[in-house]
Write a protein that binds this ligand. Structure first.
Ligand code: 0A1
Ligand code: ZN
Length: 882
């Protein structure tokens, strides 16, 4: 039985809440299986509500109700209220004056495998309330526009739960008979219940402080399981960096006296910004040079910053309703991207973000689940924590930044904070603040919030030698998406630069304008001409610099033109992009050769281009490695009409091998020059050395060369940091290697007590192109360290296989699809959020050949017929088939 035909919620139906909750006093008597929750709410009628209802309807799920008391003196009986599976209606509550309602209920954290509400993680009790988890703790008005002041008292056994945490400041604590103790917390800021949190457990704490720009000392505490205390230093440093950056760039200072982070090993997502008490997936906290890679270090800093930045963009100013999710997420992702760019390399960060957007968000936008960054309907809101809301949402904020400039954007954010502090608002309020502070009209720009799909820009040009003009014609078109057959033209900033044939910068001077090195064209019509003047020779055109808009660019360019841009474009993004287009075009050509059984031959222009890149001195070695990296199989797949995973893999491997054969000496020298025995050096220089070295190793290991294979083996055995150890192991797992098996066993032995490292061990094997991978994956499902109840493990094995192993997941006999569906069906009852996220690998079935389409849809149908299908899984599976 499924939840009786799941209901859709629509943005157009939004109405203000009928009641407000001003304050809530919570009392928890904590117990693994039977936690007693007492909630004392002070409520009043919302005068702005037009409803005539005199009943109060609270939401609540999986709760055992014990008592309801009105105004502290009247115990209500079951004639005064009605309970359903997901609500509590109290009849005829006072309309004229505020009233107090006290509710007592119990919950069972132990059986809560969905990890939403109050649950157990390795013996520790913790909560996750966004989006609608608070209703699994107690009856409440569980919607973000109901903001209340929370005080929370936690009572628990002292031995099992010595540390008791909740939002805000600790105001009192004491001992109780029977080895019990209690702690009270008070959060002075009004907040919606999705920002509530509590944690109880045997935790150790790393403590430090931060002095704000106004001179206040903030205590910073990171709580972890005792064996992880030696892996918190980087998270602490990251938090301090983020706090400083937000003061400098946005003028935002932290508001409480205490900032706590707790790392838990069971978590559905990355982390959660609960006021003053962030709860994090251990993956985004714990790092030691020997356990975490450079990329882990960077992600930790990014996620710590993201959650910290939410204090202003999310908590102080929150969302009116869940359709506005991108208001806080798009803006906060934009902020964390800029922060990471400032901390590391702007060029590299932009490329990494665009890579992810183009491979994953573009696919979402082109498929049956496409939705605008502000969706207009949902069945299960948890399904809308998507790449579109987060990553495309960030691109939309970035475009506003591009159109207004850094100063104008800052004026807009200042006004937004000043106008709306303490409120629950909409995307519209954000855009209005940007407009008002800059005196601009963003009417057409607003369509980015309501229109789904990735626009395609088609660019052509003509150069007029006599008139020394260049005319750039840009057309925009957006393919239809579900429910949106016709699209209106968008307001799109297109950053352009021009380059003379000798490599010098050509002036960008639009008719009637002044000359500049580059220009932002504002495309607003379906087709528009831009005329550049004063050009003494036909320039090369660098379009969409910095990836100034989330669009697909169609522009006919020869391999020679692309090679020219690769060596001369001054825009770091477009320079890299030229290389990607160059080699991408060639690989796509080779895919056709593979399909037609033609002999494969690599165009020498590619080898030359790579040789030139290798010959130049590069300061930013991470950027250098990106220039040498081939487009991913997933990105290449996006370029094909019908995806052929086998041909893509063969063609790409052929290019890799041929480059390695032709450039072996240069790659070896580069490897040796950058190979050091380093541990714990995290400056840009050391990170860059590791990255370029390991990029070279990956090319070289494509060669059937025993000496090189020994290099990898040696690097694996002697590595003092996880980046080098993992890089070596991965080339050994992904290429035939004599020591592969032994090293995998040794690695497991070495790291069996470090869960996050063991996740890497699972993921690496699951994503390998080696022929025995499917059998390995099946065997790993039965490995004692595998557990369907631990989301990180599920993502490491099942997620990596289905999302990062196109070759084997899409095996022609359909075994990959069947395997995934089996796991989704098992997860449906255990953890619906994780189950529904796993479906995405099947959603894109229309992109494959007829035989695979049939196999994939058959599995989606099978998922649809699951008994007791959750709303989460139902929504994604049914929309995937629609
Ligand atoms: N707001 C968090 C993401 C998050 C969303 C839902 C969760 O549980 C269902 C957990 C975390 C963020 O953006 O970091
Ligand atoms: Zn967020």
């Amino acid at each position: 039985m499924r939840d009786a035909s799941p209901q859709t919620t629509y943005l157009k139906d939004y109405t203000v809440p009928e009641y407000f909750i001003h304050s809530v006093a919570l009392n928890f008597v904590l117990d693994e299986e039977n936690t007693l929750v007492t909630s004392r709410l002070t409520l009043s009628r919302n005068p702005a509500s037009r409803s005539m209802e005199t009943d109060l309807v609270l939401t609540g799920e999986n709760l055992l109700l014990r008592r309801v008391v009105l105004n502290d003196d009247t115990e209500l009986t079951d004639k005064d209220y009605q309970k359903t599976l997901d609500s509590l209606t109290v009849y005829n509550v006072p309309q004229q004056q505020p009233f107090v309602l006290t509710i007592e209920n119990t919950i069972n954290p132990k059986i809560n495998t969905a990890l939403e509400g109050l649950y157990l993680s390795n013996g520790m009790l913790c909560t996750q309330c966004e989006a609608e988890g608070f209703r699994k703790i107690t009856y409440f008005l569980d919607r973000p526009d109901v903001m209340a002041k929370f005080t929370t008292t936690l009572v628990a056994d002292k031995g099992r739960y010595p540390v008791l945490l909740s939002n805000g400041n600790k105001i009192a604590q004491g001992e109780l008979p029977g080895n019990q103790h209690w702690v009270s917390w008070e959060d002075p800021f009004s907040k919606p219940c999705y920002l509530f949190a509590l944690v109880a457990g045997q935790l150790e704490c790393l403590e430090d402080k931060f002095t704000t720009q106004s001179g206040r000392d903030i205590s910073l505490q990171i709580f972890v399981e005792p064996h992880d205390l030696d892996k918190c230093a980087h998270a602490m440093q990251s938090l301090q960096n983020a706090m400083r950056w937000d003061e400098e760039v946005y003028g935002c200072e932290y508001d409480l006296d205490l900032y706590m982070i707790v790392a838990v090993s069971h978590f559905n997502m990355g982390a959660m910004e609960n006021k003053g008490l962030n709860v994090f997936n251990t993956k985004f906290v714990l790092a030691r040079p020997d356990t975490a890679t450079d990329s882990d270090y960077e992600h930790i800093e990014g996620v710590i910053a993201h959650e910290y930045f939410h204090n202003w963009t999310g908590n102080r100013i929150t969302c009116r309703d869940w359709f506005q999710l991108s208001l806080k997420e798009g803006f906060t992702v934009f902020r964390d991207q800029e922060f990471t760019g400032d901390r590391t390399s702007k060029a590299v960060k932009r490329i990494e973000d665009v890579n992810m957007l183009r491979t994953r968000q573009f696919a979402e936008d082109a498929g049956p689940l496409a939705h605008p960054i502000r969706p207009d309907a949902y069945i299960e809101i948890n399904n809308f924590y998507t790449l579109t809301v987060y990553e495309k949402g960030a691109e939309v904020v970035r475009m506003i930044h591009t159109l207004l400039g850094a100063e104008g954007f800052r004026k807009g954010s200042d006004l937004y904070f000043a106008r709306h502090d303490g409120q629950a608002v909409t995307c519209e309020d954000f855009v209005k603040a940007m407009e008002a502070a800059n005196n601009v009209d963003l009417s057409q720009f607003r369509r980015w919030y309501s229109q789904a799909g990735t626009p395609v820009l088609t660019v052509s040009h003509t150069y007029n030698a006599a008139g020394q003009t260049l005319t750039l014609t840009i057309k925009q078109h957006c393919p239809p998406t579900p429910g949106q057959a016709v699209k209106e033209p968008l307001h799109i900033p297109v950053k352009v630069g021009l380059i003379y044939p000798d490599g010098s910068v050509a002036p960008c001077q639009l008719e009637g304008g002044t000359a500049a090195d580059e220009v932002i064209l504002e495309l607003t019509q379906a087709e528009q001409d831009f005329v550049f003047t004063g050009l003494t020779a036909a320039p090369a055109i660098s379009v969409l610099r910095g990836f100034s808009a989330p669009v697909k660019l169609v522009m006919e360019r020869s391999l020679e033109e692309l090679a020219f841009l690769l060596s001369h474009d001054s825009d770091t993004f477009n320079r890299w992009e030229a290389g990607q287009q160059l080699v991408g075009q060639v690989i796509i050509g080779l895919v056709a050769d593979v399909q037609n059984n033609r002999e494969l031959r690599l165009d020498p222009i590619i080898i030359d281009a790579f040789r030139q890149v290798l010959a130049q001195p590069w300061e930013d070695l991470s950027y250098f490695s990106l220039l040498l990296s081939l487009p991913s199989e997933t990105y290449l797949a996006e370029q094909m009409e019908v995806i052929d995973v086998v041909a893509i893999h063969k063609a790409r491997e052929f290019v890799k091998l041929t480059l390695a054969e032709n450039l072996q000496n240069a790659l070896q020298t580069l490897y040796l020059n950058n190979h050091r025995d380093e541990s714990g050096q995290f400056d840009a220089g050391a990170i860059g050395r590791r990255r370029i070295k390991n990029t070279c190793l990956s090319y070289l290991c494509a060669l059937d060369d025993l000496a090189i294979k020994n290099w990898a083996h040696q690097q694996f055995k002697t590595a003092k940091n996880m980046t080098d150890q993992m890089a070596a192991l991965s080339v050994m797992v992904n290429n035939p290697h004599y020591a592969r098996k032994q090293c995998l066993t040794d690695f497991y032995q070495q790291w069996q007590h470090e869960a996050l490292v063991i996740d890497k061990w699972f993921a690496l094997q699951a994503s390998s192109p080696a022929p025995d991978t499917f059998a390995t994956v099946q065997a790993l499902m039965a490995h004692p360290a595998f557990d369907l109840g631990t989301p990180n493990r599920v993502r490491a094995l099942i997620g990596a296989f289905s999302q990062a192993n196109p070759l084997h997941f899409h095996a022609a006999n359909g075994q990959g699809y069947q395997f995934l569906a089996d796991q989704i069906i098992a997860l449906n009852t255990l953890n619906p959020q994780v189950a529904s996220r796993m479906i995405s690998a099947l959603t894109s079935w229309r992109r494959y050949d007829a035989s695979r389409q049939a196999l994939m849809t058959a599995q989606l149908e099978r998922i649809m017929s699951t008994e007791a299908i959750s709303k989460d899984v139902y929504e994604i599976a049914s929309k995937s088939l629609a």
